[in-house]
Design a protein. Structure first.
Length: 143
């Protein structure tokens, strides 16, 4: 199984992962739906230290979004990534959003689901996901 892992102790908050993801996948029509929540800043109330963490899909082994979707929009591919199989089936019911504990599912301006696919095509050809490749601190990796 493949998944993208974020070591929040290494993340410097540079947002290179977001830029790489948008460059790889999205045009300006969906940027507003995708970019605000891909990356999150967290300040520890106890220590006051700032940490950053990616909010992309972790491609759960038993992905609840797959089971929650009444229209079979999602499938798990041969590399273990949860991908959108047929976007035309999405009616915007947001049942996948309700069950995703990682807040990794978003919707574009047309009400269609948008989520990380782990750069499945890149990985299929032996390349790293765009966000992992672009991360200057090594905070992102693929397992």
């Amino acid at each position: 199984m493949s998944k993208i892992v974020c070591d929040k102790d290494k993340c410097c908050g540079c947002l290179a992962c977001i830029v790489a993801c948008m460059d790889q996948h999205y045009d300006e029509t969906v940027v507003d739906a995708v970019s605000p929540r891909i990356h999150e800043k967290y300040t520890s109330p106890r220590t006051g230290l700032v940490k950053y963490v990616t909010k992309c899909c972790v491609h759960c082994e038993d992905a609840p979004c797959i089971n929650a979707c009444p229209h079979n929009v999602f499938v798990k591919n041969e590399n273990g990534f949860v991908i959108i199989d047929d976007i035309t089936k999405c009616d915007g019911c947001k049942k996948c959003l309700e069950v995703c504990e990682y807040d990794a599912v978003r919707f574009d301006k047309n009400g269609k689901v948008v989520k990380c696919d782990g750069c499945a095509e890149r990985v299929k050809h032996g390349l790293e996901p765009a966000c992992v490749r672009a991360c200057p601190t090594g905070a992102l990796s693929i397992e």
